[in-house]
Every structure is written in C-alpha cells, then in structure tokens.
Design a protein around this ligand. Structure first.
Ligand code: 13P
Ligand code: SF4
Length: 301
C-alpha cells in the first residue's frame, strides 16, 4: 500500500486532521486537510473537532495549535523542525527589556516560543501585524523577534517600535540583486514579497503579503506572471490554486527545517501517537491570552 493510503487509513482510525503550512513539501501539502499561513492554521487548529491534530510545520506553529485547543492531542511529526528566528528570542531577555521600557506594549510575532508569547500583551502574524500594533494603547511597542517585520510595520504606524534583533535566514537570503535579476529575465512579472524580507527588498516589491495574503493578491490581480519573494514551496500551493499563471521562485529561498516533515514521519506519528506537543497548563494559560487577543482582531490583509 502507498504511504498516502496508509496515512489516510490511520487518519480515519485515529480521528485525526492534518494541517500543513504553505512551505511544506509538495507531497505533504497534497495529503493535508488544510494548507495555509500561520494565522489560517491557528484558526483551523482552534476550531478543530478531531481528536488528533497532526501539525506539519515548525515548532511554534504546533505549540500554538496546542495552546489554542488544549483538549486535542497535537502531534508534531519531527521535533527538530524548529524555526531559527523563534530561537533568537528568549524570555529572560524579554523580561529585562520590559523592565527597561515599562510603559511599552509587547507584541510577539507568532514565530516565538510559548515562553516568549507568555511575556507578550498580544501576538501577531504577518497577516495582521500592522492591525495588531495599531490596536494597542501605548505609543511605544516592543516587537519580538523579527526586525524586518518590525521595520515593515513601522511604515504604517505613528507609534515607536523597539525591534528585537532577530531575523529569518531564509528571507534574509532574498536580496535586491536576486530580485533585480529575476525582473530582468521576466519583465512582465509582478514582485510579491513576504514582510520578513529586508527593507530594501520591500522597497522594490509590487506587493508585500503574508503567504496566504499572496494568494488573495493574485486572485484579485489580472496579471499572469509573478516573482514570489518567499520560501520556494509557496509556489506549489500557488500553482495548484492558479494553474494558468506563471510563478518564479527566488534561488536559495528554502527553509530547511520546514522540509523535515515527511510522509514517513507523518505515518510514524499516527502509528505511535508521538511526538506529542506537551506544555504545562500554566504556560499555556499565559500564552493563550495574547494569542486569543490576536485571533479576535482577525486578518489585516
Ligand atoms: P506566514 O504566516 O505568512 O505563512 O509566514 C510564516 C513564516 O514562517 C514565514 O517565514
Ligand atoms: Fe522561521 Fe523563516 Fe522558516 Fe518561516 S521561513 S519558519 S520564519 S526560518
């Protein structure tokens, strides 16, 4: 029997749902019940009624699923699938920064550990970062952990943003030179980039969107050709949704840890019902409040 069939059988037996991020391997996206961005996945996880959620993405996404729906068993098929940017921020340093700036509100991008989220007033994703920041009381905002997303949000708010010095290595690898070269090769193409990109890349883009926001942008556009300034697997999702359009990836834009989830370890997770995401109830309670505050605000793109 094919791996895909065995997964489908076990999924039924376990009453499981498979959620996958837009950067997952094509074959993983193809067996998922839902494929989306961080915000869409958090929404799906929070309303999931299945007994088991198999989360195909990186650590912080699986943790958020567990925090938002703690009654469910959340399986993360490969625990080494971590986000290096989330690992750039630690709760002790956040607490020190909060002491230095007591009147600041703290926004934690979802790409943070549950411990860092627990220190925040509110979370955000790339789909609602501007909306979240502008919803706050204080005119001073500590923004964790992506300095590029912080600088993007700064373009749309009068508040002062104190950025945490973190970044995504995958999006940092997308340079002006690479985009300019692609533009020369495909002069008809529009440039869509993720807000985790460097500011100088954002400056030359035609649109700046979360991964799901890119889909919505393309749906509303009459252009045929697009340069996609984010992780390369986004193009698998886009090509399925828009088979009549042409998409160009940026060479080297790969998130290696996203690729650690495979059909083999999804099947193994369903067989052994592990590795399971477990967090202490106290930590989950603290991290849930900023996540739920974000969910109530909804999408901004
Ligand atoms: P999205 O929420 O836009 O899918 O982005 C998640 C991410 O990790 C980007 O690198
Ligand atoms: Fe983290 Fe970047 Fe990978 Fe997104 S693409 S999961 S931010 S390392």
């Amino acid at each position: 029997m094919q791996l895909q069939e065995r997964i489908a059988e076990l999924k039924k037996e376990r009453n499981a749902v498979i959620l996958a991020h837009n950067y997952q391997l094509p074959e993983v996206q193809d067996i998922a019940d839902f494929v989306g961005d961080s915000l869409g996945l958090a929404k799906q996880a929070s309303t999931a009624e299945a007994d088991v959620i198999v989360f195909c993405g990186v650590d912080f996404m699986a943790e958020s699923a567990k925090i938002l729906n703690p009654q469910r068993i959340v399986l993360h098929p490969e625990t080494k699938a971590c986000c290096p940017m989330a690992a750039m921020c630690d709760p002790a340093s956040v607490r020190m920064l909060k002491k230095d700036f007591p009147r600041a509100d703290v926004v934690a991008y979802v790409n943070t550990s549950a411990e860092c989220k627990a220190e925040a007033d509110v979370c955000c994703t790339s789909a609602n970062a501007v909306k979240v920041v502008n919803s706050l009381e204080s005119d001073l905002v500590i923004f964790l952990p992506d300095e590029n997303l912080a600088s993007y949000v700064q373009r749309f708010t009068d508040k002062s943003i104190l950025p945490w010095p973190g970044h995504c290595p995958t999006h940092e690898s997308i340079t002006v030179e690479k985009i300019e070269k692609l533009k020369k090769e495909h002069p008809q193409a529009l440039v869509l980039v993720h807000p985790e990109c460097r500011p100088e890349v954002i400056d030359i883009a035609d649109g700046v969107r979360s991964t799901e926001g890119m889909l919505n942008f393309i749906r509303g556009s009459d252009k045929r050709e697009f340069i996609i300034g984010t992780e390369k697997e986004m193009i698998h999702r886009l090509s399925k949704e828009f088979p009549d359009r042409i998409f160009h990836e940026v060479p080297g834009a790969v998130c290696p840890t996203m690729k650690l989830i495979t059909l083999e370890n999804i099947l193994a997770a369903l067989e052994s019902m592990s590795p399971e995401v477990t967090l202490s109830p106290e930590l989950m309670d603290k991290a849930r409040a900023p996540l739920e505050r974000m969910m109530a605000l909804g999408r901004g793109d």
